[in-house]
Design a protein around this ligand. Structure first.
Ligand code: NAI
Length: 678
């Protein structure tokens, strides 16, 4: 028996009420498209038709799980055109999110009314596509080219209130939606000209080329923003012609590497946040969080918790440090206020939920404590010993350590099942990644609570086992090591940075180090010296820079030089001379590396290390590695992460490069199984 249609039509007093009920987001699946097609036919007997959705949202997009298959009829553009051409005019009555196919349908209705705060957008660009059902052709006609560009090329959403100003939304109603529709019908304006038959005003060629430049700069190699830009300009053509071009490009892009990569990222993000390790475990409720250490990381973590509506006890070591920590959080909240992320009232209520103290006893009553004090084993152990005294035995204890072994940090504490790592990234109130580090003793319920908390903070939690640097910093160390080998063998910092920017990173490895500061990695290399494999190639260029006090932007110079008050990296002849002399002293004949050589090598090293991490069971799978790299290290999302990229490129290609890289630095690159077997 076929399941009931997700679209119901009921005709009452000459009005066809059409309701889409396809939880969770009323996506335009095949069944919904079929249902809408039937609804249009049924509505022909009525005077007016009203399209609404059950649940919290209007149609919020397409069903992405259908995108890998050939499209099934009825096709959305045909359904959308049928709604627009319907003799009985349609009113779209909307709430929640009106995205992608949902907005394309809404634009085909004669009138659009919405609850306040309803958000509209064409986010196809985020999955490597352009709209496929007339969206790119109707949006410039309905919204104007400027707004259409923001939506389709940059993925921005707009509220009903904002769109009502230009008349794209006919009414923003604060009543019950159905009552509001009835009131609207009682005073119905004349039926407007269908959007597809209106004329889109094109901006001047200068304005268009400025827009194109801006889009290209932000895209960093991603193609879909530019495809959307091109498609929007087809709105200057007759509608049918523009729509045919749009459809053809949409279908072609569905099969593109870029769209596949972005869809992979979309699904992987959701999958890693609910790993098998927490299946069946119910998260505990968390109301109050204690954060020990209110420095760079602690203040950011506290701010993220406040933003999620949690009560926060921020504990510092003395009154002066407590005052400084409070000011840090206030500055972060002021920043959020300045950017319009929070309202003045939210700033006040978040500050009211913050208790800063120099007494660890004020952590009492916290359901979970996150430690972010100095990266020092004894300091961390002392903090947890004190927290264990004041907290219940059930309170979860988490460390934000980057490199220390959590087992050593927690050893000897009562109830070890409640201990784990929560490794945030800087700035912690912004960066999405949280590595959830599981110890052998960590309980499933504790883990599940940590995942639920991270999701509540709007983060992407990724489960990691214990190894030096966990998933992300271990890969970063490999990436930087090969970058330094390249310096010794013939490349210069600016060439490597430019190559990686060309691949899609916002910054190359050396610019990045200058921004973050070179001292943490320096301290790490010193710490690792005792256990480093003596057969591994070790270049000392970074160490030499650190010894010269070139610690990055904050010290005024690092791999680059900086002019007073500027953050723009400038090539420094002193560093370049130092590198060249270094190679000469080591007896290395410097050679040329093309940008392609550089990216191929650095990416192969990342992939190899990622594969080893999975093979060792530190990460459950490639999705975890990809999400760590995208959300914590700036790997271009449109390439799907290093492991997805390896699949796209082919493992043979990665293996070929990796063998060469390993051959040139013998003893330095153990090959992952998947690399050596390809
Ligand atoms: P930080 O030096 O900015 O802050 C540490 C804070 O801890 C200081 O404000 C200090 O007064 C406070 N503190 C020290 N002993 C304390 C005690 N007994 N009780 C309460 N507070 C105490 O250091 P940052 O950068 O915030 O790092 C903190 C931790 O986070 C370290 O374990 C670090 O490895 C880790 N981490 C750092 C990242 C970064 O990018 N800086 C990224 C991820 C993790």
């Amino acid at each position: 028996m076929s399941s009931p249609s997700p679209v119901r039509t009921q005709i009452t007093n000459g009005i066809a009420w059409v309701t889409v009920d396809n939880p969770p987001v009323n996506a335009t699946s095949t069944a919904v498209r079929r249902g809408l097609e039937e609804a249009v036919a049924q509505a022909q007997g009525a005077r007016l038709a009203v399209l609404m959705c059950a649940g919290k949202t209007f149609i919020a997009g397409g069903d992405m799980s259908e995108f890998d298959r050939p499209p099934e009829p009825p096709h959305l553009p045909d359904v959308v055109n049928a709604i627009e051409a319907s003799r009985t005019p349609f009113i779209a009555a909307m709430q929640g999110k009106v995205l992608g196919g949902g907005f394309e349908i809404a634009m085909a209705c004669a009138w659009r009314i919405a609850l306040p705060g309803t958000r509209f957008g064409l986010p196809e660009v985020n999955v490597g596509l352009i709209p496929g059902a007339g969206g790119s052709q109707r949006a410039p006609r309905l919204l104007g080219m400027e707004t259409a560009i923001e939506m389709a090329c940059l993925g921005k959403t707009f509220t009903a209130e904002a769109l009502a100003e230009s008349g794209a939304i006919d009414a923003v109603v604060s009543d019950d939606l159905r009552q509001a529709v009835e009131a609207f019908i009682a005073d119905l304006p004349p039926r407007p000209v269908p959007v597809s038959q209106r004329t889109a005003r094109m901006p001047s060629p200068e304005a268009l080329s400025a827009a194109r430049e801006r889009i290209e700069k932000r895209a960093r190699g991603q193609q879909s923003p530019l495809h959307n830009f091109e498609a929007l300009q087809w709105a200057a053509l007759p509608f049918a012609e523009g729509q045919a071009k749009e459809r053809a490009l949409h279908l072609k892009l569905r099969l593109s590497d870029e769209s596949r990569a972005l869809r992979h990222a979309f699904f992987a993000e959701r999958a890693v946040a609910r790993p098998a390790a927490i299946a069946g475990a119910t998260p505990r409720e968390v109301r109050k969080v204690a954060v020990a250490g209110g420095g760079l990381m602690g203040a950011g973590i506290a701010t993220a918790c406040l933003g999620a509506g949690l009560e926060v006890a921020l504990i510092e070591r003395d009154e002066e440090a407590a005052q400084a920590a409070r000011e840090r959080v206030e500055r972060l909240l002021d920043g959020a206020l300045g950017r319009g992320r929070i309202s003045p009232a939210e700033r006040e209520s978040q500050l009211a939920a913050l208790h800063v103290s120099a007494d660890h006893a004020d952590a009492a009553g916290a359901d979970l404590a996150i430690e972010a004090v100095f990266e020092d084993l004894d300091a961390k152990r002392a903090v947890f010993a004190r927290l264990a005294e004041v907290l219940d035995d059930t309170a979860i204890l988490a460390t934000n350590t980057s490199y220390l072994n959590p087992e050593e940090i927690f050893s000897g504490l009562p109830a070890p099942g409640r201990c784990l790592g929560l490794h945030f990234f800087s700035p912690a109130h912004v960066m999405k990644l949280v590595e959830v580090v599981r110890l052998p003793a960590t309980g499933a319920e504790v883990l599940s609570t940590a995942f639920a908390l991270a999701r509540r903070l709007g983060k992407v939690p990724v489960l990691s086992g214990i190894c030096d640097g966990f998933i992300g910093n271990r890969m970063l160390a490999a990436y930087r090591r090969e970058a330094e080998y390249l310096l010794a063998d013939g490349a210069l910092p600016h060439q490597i940075d430019a190559a990686m920017r060309g691949f899609g990173y916002a910054m190359g490895p050396f610019e990045m180090q200058d921004m973050a500061g070179l001292q943490i990695a320096w301290a790490n290399r010193k710490r690792q010296a005792a256990t480093r494999d003596p057969g591994e190639r070790y270049e000392t260029i970074s160490d030499m820079l650190c010894e010269m006090g070139r610690l990055g932007q904050r010290s005024g110079r690092g791999w680059y030089r900086y002019e007073e008050g500027s953050r723009t990296p400038l090539r420094d002849p002193e560093v370049e001379a130092l590198i060249e002399e270094y190679s000469a002293k080591r007896g290395i004949a410097r050679r040329e590396f093309s940008a392609e050589d550089i990216t191929a090598r650095l990416i192969a090293v990342l992939v190899n290390e990622g594969a080893r991490i999975v093979e060792e069971g530190i990460a459950a799978g490639f999705d975890e590695v990809d999400m760590v790299q995208i959300h914590g290290y700036g790997f271009p999302r449109w390439r799907g992460g290093p492991m997805h990229h390896a699949r796209t490129l082919g493992w043979k290609e990665i293996s070929r490069t990796m063998r060469q890289v390993a051959g040139e630095s013998p003893g330095s690159w153990p090959l992952a199984e998947i690399v050596s077997s390809n």
